[in-house]
Design a protein around this ligand. Structure first.
Ligand code: TYM
Length: 339
């Protein structure tokens, strides 16, 4: 059976981009057709300036939202990265396979490091090595597929390179995974700056629709979205990024096709109005279920406990095999492990 792994980082409140680009696919498709694991990757949240209490809060919230979005613990495994030691264990081995140059070429590293420096802060070493930890997340489970939005594809490509290199040098240990992307809305853009991704840790609140935004807040944000000069509604990401973004969001929420929807509208106002309502309707059931789950925190905790147990059992043999393959002496003496 195909195995799927993906994750979400608790560095901010989850957004419409996270939902349309990743979570919805996990809930409606992946968990039904594959053996799937979904992880709240809290160790990754420590790569930038962070507040410990906030990371804890956001981790719990992300877990609750994943379940609210429809992940079903009877069908898939939902867990928190730091509850399973294998991720950090494997990450170190992969650091011994990756190169410094490879890390510095990662677009997200370049962007985030530049942003940190502009703010006068220092860049954590873990920001540089972050994609190696991400590779460990995926490879520890021998995942075949990694459903992600556009911005994570480069990291999955790196994961493939590391898996191939490790296998060639030390013997076949890892499955070489591939990224999968949704057909529309693989890169939802910021409503106030349609040339930038809608990112949960950005500062431009009015351009970001959060999954827990009240319907009226969603409407206001969409109605105020920056559009382009010109009047006709056409789908062209290059010359009309604002309108193209709205068409993609509408298509993703209503099941249509962005280019075809372009022909339906005669004004930006009408497009915005329908997009706002489509987003409100998509978020409504998620928000309702989120409210129910918040009333039962014991349930979410139980899901995460069981998930971590399953994830440990799944990843342990592969990480142990990688330790042996790379030349580390096994610790156990029973069964002639030292022989
Ligand atoms: P993160 O937390 O930034 O995002 C979680 C998922 O949401 C997708 N996404 C988007 N898709 C479309 N439009 C957007 N504006 C948008 N913003 C976010 C992301 O592509 C992602 O699929 N490094 C990862 C987390 C991670 C991971 C992993 C993912 C760690 N280990 C292993 C897959 C496998 C991240 O920061 O995602």
């Amino acid at each position: 059976m195909t195995r799927v792994f993906s994750g979400v980082k608790p560095t901010g409140h989850l957004t419409l981009g996270n939902y349309l680009g990743a979570m919805r696919q996990w809930a409606t498709v992946d968990q039904h057709r594959a053996e799937a694991l979904f992880c709240i990757v809290d160790l990754h949240a420590l790569t930038v300036d962070h507040d410990p209490a906030r990371v804890r809060r956001l981790s719990r919230q992300a877990a609750t939202l994943l379940l609210a979005a429809g992940l079903d613990p009877r069908l898939c495994t939902v867990f928190v990265q730091s509850h399973v030691d294998e991720h950090a264990r494997l990450s170190y081995l992969l650091e011994c396979v990756a190169t410094d140059g490879e890390m510095r070429r990662m677009i997200q590293y370049k962007e985030k490091a530049a942003r940190e420096q502009r703010r006068g802060g220092s860049v954590r070493l873990s920001l540089l090595t972050y994609p190696v930890l991400m590779a460990a997340d995926i490879l520890a489970y021998r995942a075949d597929e990694v459903p992600v939005g556009d911005d994570q594809v480069q990291h999955v490509e790196l994961t493939r390179d590391l898996a191939v290199r490790f296998n060639q040098r030390y013997g076949h240990t890892f499955v070489v995974p591939r990224a999968t992307r949704p057909k529309v809305a693989a890169r939802v853009m910021n409503l106030q700056d349609p040339t930038a991704k809608m990112g949960k840790s950005d500062d431009t609140g009015p351009g970001i629709v959060y999954l827990l935004d009240e319907p009226d807040v969603v409407r206001k944000k969409v109605m105020r979205a920056v559009t382009d000069s010109g009047r006709d509604v056409v789908y062209d990401r290059e010359s009309r990024p604002g309108v193209a973004n709205l068409l993609e969001i509408l298509a993703a929420c209503s099941g249509g096709n962005p280019a075809a929807l372009g022909g339906v509208y005669e004004s930006y106002g009408a497009l915005k109005k329908d997009t706002a309502e489509a987003v409100v309707e998509v978020l409504r059931p998620v928000q309702e279920r989120h409210k129910e789950l918040c009333a039962d925190p014991g349930y979410v905790e139980g899901v995460l406990r069981d998930g971590a147990e399953r994830a440990r059992a799944m990843s342990r043999p592969t990480v142990d095999a990688a330790y042996r393959a790379i030349g580390l002496l096994p610790a156990g003496v029973d069964g002639g492990a030292l022989g």
